[in-house]
Design a protein around this ligand. Structure first.
Ligand code: NZQ
Ligand code: ZN
Length: 385
């Protein structure tokens, strides 16, 4: 196991009616900006409850944060914060709203051009406004980590940053708030979370038994509860297990002390930037092709994954690896997510733009061994058509 530091200061407030705890988590004297997306939080009644619970605070609102949040759309929130001297940001939504809120929190306290935050991966952030989260969509773990992914559609860019100042102070995780998710979004969340674990687990062994067993527990929980959540969207126990799993998949715990891949995410981000595909869909397309291509490099972990997650114990080692990759793809398809670019009308001829964007974003040496060059990324994409 490698040396590591683990730091995660976010308070998780989990369970039925946990929204009511909000009044104890934000001081009544606060000037709060409620940040949310389209209509879902209004329609399912969450916003009305938040307004009522925080009625002692001075409330302002910033709405319309879109999926894959856009830099130019977010910047007016920074102006609003300065105008009203806002001192607390409350994100009510999924990964996009939370990421957008984290970015605005840092941008409001940033000296210089805020786009620099993305260009320098968040390295120069010195401060940020405090952020709280009401999670409405189990998926990204953004509510429990210090990362954020921001797009800038005007230049077809999708970039990420990371900084300890943007860890949310708290995250409210009430499984019932997510009941209103449409099946396609629910599936996206399960698949995104599953692939977060793969990125931190399907690399090479470093004798990290605790991290491996945690990762296998999360993968098993997701593969079992994902289809159940689709079939029984208002089953509390299923949704609670799903929500907790999603929160822990990418919160800094299972990546501590182990090698990490993340090439699927980096390539996937560019597919979203160019073609506008949902984040999880891009991952479900790229991961199976990447695993096939790196099956030798990842051999030991793929065999372990085959046995411990999919109970594949017979056949030669190569057959077991094949079966594990096939089961992974079949799981995504079972969740309702198609796993080839052609399923979305994208052909091989259109992929050079993705490779060019990878180059522009500096993503020229990806993966746990930094051996995924632009040419190999191109091959992975071609194998995903
Ligand atoms: O806009 P509204 O009306 O709120 O609708 C949203 C949105 O259209 C809807 N939704 C959310 N909660 C709902 C609901 N609909 C009904 N009922 C509810 N309870 O779902 C749609 C998608 O939401 P979004 O926030 O975009 O989804 P997700 O949580 O999957 O976030 C995706 C974003 O997170 C980034 C992705 O790149 C993408 O931009 N990621 C962030 C990460 C991080 N910060 O650590 C890591 C991830 O790998 C990922 O890259
Ligand atoms: Zn993801």
């Amino acid at each position: 196991m490698y040396n590591f530091q683990f730091y995660n200061p976010t308070r998780l407030v989990f369970g039925k009616d946990s929204l009511n705890e909000l009044s104890k988590l934000i001081a009544p004297s606060s000037r709060v900006l409620l940040m949310y997306g389209g209509q879902s939080a209004e329609r399912n009644g969450t916003l009305a409850k938040v307004r009522q619970i925080l009625s002692q605070c001075k409330l302002h609102e910033f709405s319309g944060i879109q999926a894959n949040p856009d830099y130019d759309q977010l910047m007016p929130a920074v102006t609003l914060i300065r105008q009203h001297n806002i001192d607390f940001l409350l994100a009510i939504g999924g990964g996009s709203v939370i990421d957008g809120t984290k970015f605005v929190a840092a941008a409001a306290r940033y000296d210089g051009d805020p786009w620099e935050i993305l260009e320098t991966y968040g390295k120069h952030i010195q401060a940020a406004l405090p952020v709280g989260v009401v999670q409405t969509f189990p998926a990204t773990s953004s509510e429990n980590n210090n990362g954020s992914v921001i797009s800038r559609y005007s230049i077809q860019a999708k970039r990420s940053f990371r900084n300890p100042h943007v860890f949310p102070q708290f995250a409210i995780l009430d499984p019932e708030i997510s009941y209103s998710l449409p099946p396609q979004q629910l599936a996206n969340g399960v698949v995104d979370a599953f692939i977060h674990v793969c990125e931190q687990y399907l690399t090479f062994p470093v004798n990290a038994d605790v991290q491996d067993r945690f990762a296998e527990s999360l993968l098993t929980t997701l593969k079992d509860t994902g289809p159940k959540a689709l079939a029984t969207p208002e089953n509390y126990d299923v949704r609670a297990n799903l929500m907790l799993a999603c929160t822990l998949c990418h919160n800094g715990l299972i990546c501590s002390g182990v090698p990490q891949d993340w090439a699927t995410h980096k390539i996937g981000h560019e597919l979203t930037a160019i073609f506008g595909l949902d984040h999880a869909i891009t991952l479900a397309i790229v991961l199976p092709a990447l695993l096939q291509m790196f099956r030798e490099q990842k051999h030991a972990k793929l065999l372990q994954y085959a046995e411990r997650v999919w109970q594949i114990t017979t056949g030669t080692e190569q057959q077991r690896v094949n079966a594990a990759i096939e089961r992974t793809r079949a799981f995504f398809e079972q969740m309702g997510i198609r796993t080839y670019l052609q399923d979305y009308g994208i052909s091989a001829a259109e992929l050079q733009a993705v490779v060019d964007n990878l180059e522009r974003s500096g993503m020229t040496a990806l993966g746990e061994h930094k051996n995924i060059s632009l040419d190999i990324s191109r091959q992975i994409l071609l194998n995903s058509v």
